[in-house]
Design a protein around this ligand. Structure first.
Ligand SMILES: Cc1ncc(COP(=O)(O)O)c(C=O)c1O
Length: 385
């Protein structure tokens, strides 16, 4: 949780008459009832948005149940337990804990590339946009960004780059194709499954390795009907986030074959990524991972009712993302976005920062919706506008 967000939560607490210390000492914000009678709902995050107090209480409860066996430099104990659980969920032989998704993607493409140094990525991917050229600066890889503005690339997009690379004056090869799905920069849109299958088959025939950035992968089955394993089987390695849906303080899982993952802890450590004690940041993920698909489905049940109620009001325009997953856009047809968000925050409902002109909110459906009745939630929005 960043400082700004922490302070904004403190602000929300103050507005509801719950000062931060009172909250931390007496009861969690999750359990607290806000003026509308519902519990805290946060549309700005992928998970529950646990406060430091709630997070600490979760850890303490797990420790009391002896559910946490400490690790040493991110090896053994609860780290191994989590890695084994995720390897099985993802249908891979092995998994390794990595302290961030940024490092998980980097380690994956670095390992898979071997001596074939070019990597195809989506132009909209996190690796291309949000990692400051880590792959080229730290690992000597050249990223080839394809399909700007689109979530999906096809065989027609990649084939010319494969022949161009093979036909250059200096020998060079594409070692890896990386796919991000859902795509964060495109409103959590999914990569089309048929195109994914075709690209992966095309790559396999040419010996090119495949990595999936599935930070939010566990939301995909609900929207597409494809199981997690139907997707992961196409790839050599898969990364999923532990902090987005599963409420860990930080962290990622990178899964793949024993040949790829065994021994990768040396490179994790080389990049400064072997936390001497990882258990405090990941222990709660094991709890929230169990039953996540059901919890997400329940959240969408409520979100659907809530969105239908808002769509019937002239003050709002609700837009779903084509091929989308957890995100929708909420536009106000009247009134100021900042004031609207501030009024909701005082009632225990957090919105993301407004974007665009006229402004809209990139709203994320997550398990925190399960704390509120959708009719009440809609009433709050209507009153606030
Ligand atoms: C699609 C995607 N990949 C990778 C990352 C990086 O994860 P982390 O913040 O754990 O480094 C993010 C984080 O926002 C993401 O959205």
């Amino acid at each position: 949780m960043n400082r700004r967000r922490f302070l904004s939560m403190a602000g929300a607490a103050a507005a509801t008459g719950l000062t931060a210390p009172t909250q931390a000492l007496s009861r969690s914000r999750q359990a607290a009832k806000f003026p509308g009678g519902h519990s805290f709902v946060d549309f700005s995050v992928d998970g529950l948005g646990l406060t430091p107090g709630e997070y600490a209480a979760e850890l303490a409860a797990l420790a009391e149940k002896s559910a946490i066996e400490a690790d040493y430099y991110s090896l053994g104990g609860i780290v191994t337990k989590l890695e084994e659980r995720f390897a099985s969920l993802l249908g891979k032989e092995r998994a390794i804990y990595v302290p961030t998704g940024t490092l998980a993607n980097h380690l994956a493409v670095r390992k898979l590339a071997g001596s074939d140094r070019r990597v195809i990525v989506q132009a909209e991917s996190h690796l291309y946009n949000d990692c400051g050229d880590c792959a080229s600066q730290l690992s000597g890889l050249s990223l080839i960004p394809l399909a700007a503005g689109r979530g999906t690339f096809t065989v027609d997009d990649i084939a010319p780059w494969i022949s161009r690379t093979a036909g250059g004056r200096v020998e060079s090869r594409i070692g890896v194709i990386m796919i991000e799905s859902p795509v964060r920069r495109l409103g959590h849109q999914v990569f089309d499954f048929e195109a994914m299958k075709a690209v992966c088959a095309f790559a396999r025939e040419r010996g090119i390795r495949l990595h999936l950035d599935g930070a939010r992968l566990f939301n995909v089955p609900f929207h597409t009907g494809r199981t997690v394993k139907e997707i992961t089987v196409l790839f050599d390695t898969v990364y999923v986030s532990l902090w987005k849906h599963f409420n860990a303080a930080s962290g990622a899982i990178l899964a793949g074959s024993a040949k790829t993952i065994d021994g990768l802890f040396h490179e994790r450590r080389m990049f400064g990524g072997s936390l001497p004690q990882a258990w405090p940041v990941l222990a709660v993920a094991l709890k929230y991972m169990e039953g996540y698909p059901e919890s997400y489905a329940r959240a969408w049940d409520r979100a659907t009712r809530f969105l239908n109620l808002l769509a019937a009001e002239s003050a709002f325009a609700v837009e779903r993302v084509p091929n989308g997953t957890s995100m929708f856009r909420l536009r106000l047809r009247r009134g100021g976005a900042e004031a609207f968000a501030a009024r909701l925050k005082a009632r225990g409902i957090v919105l993301p920062q407004p974007a665009g002109n006229p402004p809209f909110f990139r709203m994320i459906v997550n398990s925190s919706l399960n704390r509120a009745d959708p009719d009440e939630l809609a009433r709050e929005f209507i009153q606030a506008v």
